[in-house]
Structures are given as structure tokens and as C-alpha cells.
Design a protein around this ligand. Structure first.
Ligand code: AMP
Length: 399
């Protein structure tokens, strides 16, 4: 199938041509025809499948066809809610790209920055609003935003919203929406609570499942290094000396851990930046842009800050810590291997993390190749925490 078979209006076709897109991705060819007919959609898909264009194109086309004249006051006709600021920015960017030949105004709003520029833009009129839940509710409460004219509602990365404790806010937002609307609901996974939410807001949705998981996993070269926790930074520094690592996204389990890795890398002259929830929005965006523009070679991130971020031709993903949830590993390594480019995913595994590695290998149904030849092999495989040690530690902390 080609984009030209999808009944798209000329300005959108032209924008896609400019982007060099000729063939719709699986989710696009499955979703766009039904969405153009006004149906609701339940999409089980993650970033990297082309899902943003799958909902952005029909929304742009729908609003553009309903547009009456240039004198008409702009009202929010489409609302897209996404869990993280980075994701929201990326989505708005896609709307701008695909809608660049249309006369529509888009705006992205998120917390952590002053609301004044956002409220000024809102007052001037917006057709398509992309928002994170907290700031959206805040501005609804301050009456800068009315959702009563929304015709298209997208909830993106719903399972991440659940993980981030945002579902209460999302349910509140839904109460402000008109009952008569088209709803598109996306989630990479479908835990029970997410399924319940989807069932409560969708009407006879078409269901589209796209699982790039196995194909993504197949084109990515995966390796594991067994290494003691105390030696992980040394091993990282050793690996980063290899100039084949053109760009590396490093995952740390905690915000504190991410900052510590950056500090230790900088100490040996390796320039790195961190993104996580404790950084200001501007600092996060700057770090991300520097990384995307290849000004910075290394980005250290926590899962929540990095989820959904689209980085073209990322050569390496390094799991400095293994994630507790095995699916997270697949999401992480999916940052590389985009658009069939291939990529290398490295995992560091300490003795304590071996059960986590086992669960990951079970999920992806394969054994990750071990790299044995490295300067920091695992030493403490048989060290058990002796009760006497625990006691001494407890006494020390009492004092
Ligand atoms: P998404 O899953 O929406 O984050 O999209 C992942 C990446 O695929 C983005 O960089 C898009 O620009 C790109 N993309 C989306 N649709 C297509 C397409 N039909 N052909 C080529 N690239 C695409």
C-alpha cells in the first residue's frame, strides 16, 4: 500500500512527500482508513511504529475539511494527552510537520516551565493542543482552556501514565470532554487497569495491534557483560573509548544514579548529559537536543524520561542497570534499531541482577550473548551477605 491510496488531501500528501514517506507503516495502513471514517481506535503499539502519524494525519485531515473560513475563531478541536514533556513536544512537532501546508495552529503545553507564554498562545486561539495531564488540568481550572469543542481526543502511552500515577488526572480530564467525539487510545502494553479505562471511553473501537517487539529485537545485536556493581563505571569508561560508539543512550535505574554516572564520566573527560524528572524542563530539552544533533555523544537517562523519545540512528543502548520489569528492557533497546537500521544493545549484569537477566531472556525467548573478554569480570559470585556483616552495619548506623 502507498500513501496515495489512502484518500488523503493534497496538502497532507505533499507534506509526506517532503518527509520522504511513500509507504505507510503497518499501524498507519491499518488505522488511517478507519480513523478517516470517524471510528474510535484502540492501538496496542509503542513508539517507533509510526503511531504518531497514524493518528495525526486523520486528525489534521478531519479538522482541515471542517474548517469554515479564515475569519473563524480557532477553538481546540483536537486534544492529545501524553505522559511526558518530551513525548508531548515530539507529538506536536509531528503535527506541525504533517500539517505544514494547512492553516492550523498547534500548541504544546507542559509543566515545569512558566505558564505565561502558553496562556498567551491559548488566548490567541489553537486548533490542536498537545498536553501533559498536570498542566492541562491546571489551565482548565484557571479557565484558559475549554475542551467543549474537542472532536478528536488521543490518549498516548496510557500504560506509562499508569506507571507515573497519572490516571486520576486523566479521568478528570475526560470529564471535561464532550461525549460526542472520536477517541484514539494507545498503549504499549494492556494491564487490566488500562484495559478498563479503554473500555470505558471507547465506542466500538477498531483494534490495531502492532508488535515491533520481536522484529526490533531481532535486528539489534545484544550483548551482556557480567560485571560487579562497583566496577560498572570503569567498564563503561573502557567501552566508551571505542570510537565505534557514535552515540549511546545509557539507562540508569535512578535519577541519582544517572547524575553520578555523568559526574564520573566527566571526571575522565567524557562529555555526557543526563535527563530525568528532577532536571528543569529547559535543561532536559537542551540535553536531548544536544544529543539528537550529535553535539553530545552520551545521554544518561532514567526510563521515564527516555520512554518514547525518538532518536534517529542511535548506535548503542547501554543498560547500566537492568530494569526490574523485563518489558522495559525491550522498550529501552528499541531506542536503537529504528527503521531497520540495526544497532547494538549492551547490558551490564551484576550478580544481584542475574534473576532480572533471566526474566528478560525468557521474555525475548533468546539467550543474550555474553562478552567474556573484558577487564572487569565478575568477582563476587559467591559472596553471600553474612549475618555478621549485617549486624555490624546496623550497629554503625545506630550510632
Ligand atoms: P513514532 O512511532 O510515531 O514515534 O514514529 C517513529 C519514527 O518513524 C518517526 O521518526 C517518524 O518520523 C517515522 N515515520 C513515521 N511514519 C513513517 C513512514 N510512513 N515512513 C517512514 N518513516 C516514518
Amino acid at each position: 500500500m502507498l500513501f496515495k491510496d489512502l484518500n488523503l488531501i493534497e496538502p497532507i500528501k505533499k507534506a509526506l512527500e517532503t518527509e520522504g514517506y511513500t509507504n505507510p507503516t503497518a499501524i498507519q495502513s491499518k488505522a488511517i482508513p478507519s480513523l478517516l471514517k470517524g471510528m474510535d481506535l484502540l492501538g496496542c503499539a509503542q513508539t517507533g511504529t509510526g503511531k504518531t502519524a497514524a493518528f495525526a494525519i486523520p486528525i489534521l485531515q478531519g479538522i482541515s475539511l471542517q474548517q469554515k473560513g479564515s475569519g473563524e475563531r480557532r477553538q481546540i478541536r483536537a486534544l492529545i494527552v501524553a505522559p511526558t514533556r518530551e513525548l508531548a513536544i515530539q507529538i506536536e512537532d509531528s503535527f506541525r510537520t504533517y500539517g505544514k501546508n494547512l492553516n492550523l495552529k498547534t500548541l504544546v503545553i507542559y509543566g515545569g516551565v512558566s505558564q505565561n507564554p502558553q496562556t498567551k498562545d491559548l488566548t490567541n486561539g489553537v486548533d490542536i493542543l498537545v498536553a501533559t495531564p498536570g498542566r492541562l488540568l491546571d489551565l482548565i481550572n484557571q479557565r484558559y482552556i475549554s475542551l467543549k469543542n474537542v472532536k478528536y481526543f488521543v490518549l498516548d502511552e496510557a500504560d506509562l501514565m499508569l506507571d507515573m500515577g497519572m490516571l486520576k488526572d486523566v479521568r478528570r480530564i475526560i470529564t471535561y470532554l464532550p461525549k460526542e467525539r472520536q477517541t484514539m487510545f494507545f498503549s504499549a502494553t494492556m494491564p487490566a487497569e488500562i484495559e478498563k479505562l479503554a473500555n470505558s471511553i471507547l465506542k466500538n473501537p477498531i483494534k490495531v495491534m502492532v508488535t515491533p517487539l520481536s522484529s526490533t529485537v531481532e535486528i539489534i545485536e545484544q550483548k551482556v557483560y557480567y560485571v560487579d556493581k562497583v566496577n560498572k563505571v570503569k567498564l563503561l569508561i573502557h567501552l566508551l573509548k571505542n570510537k565505534d560508539i557514535i552515540s549511546a543512550l545509557i539507562f540508569s535505574r535512578t535519577k541519582h544514579g544517572a547524575d553520578k554516572i555523568v559526574k564520573l564520566l566527566k571526571r575522565v573527560g567524557i562529555n555526557a548529559e543526563a535527563i530525568h524528572g528532577n532536571k528543569s524542563q529547559n535543561a532536559r530539552q537542551l540535553a536531548l537536543n544536544n544529543f539528537k544533533n550529535r553535539k553530545a555523544r552520551i545521554l544518561v537517562a532514567t526510563d521515564i524520561a527516555a520512554r518514547g523519545i525518538d532518536i534517529e540512528k542511535l548506535s548503542h543502548v547501554i543498560n547500566f542497570d537492568l530494569p526490574e520489569v523485563p518489558e522495559t528492557y525491550v522498550h529501552r533497546i528499541g531506542r536503537t534499531g529504528r527503521a531497520s537500521h540495526g544497532g547494538i544493545a549492551i547490558a551490564f549484569c551484576s550478580h544481584e541482577e542475574k534473576p532480572l537477566l533471566k526474566n528478560i531472556q525468557k521474555l525475548i525467548s533468546k539467550l543474550i550473548e555474553e562478552v567474556k573478554d573484558h577487564p572487569y569480570p565478575l568477582l563476587d559470585t559467591n559472596i553471600e551477605k553474612k549475618p555478621s556483616n549485617v549486624k555490624r552495619y546496623k550497629m554503625k548506623t545506630k550510632r
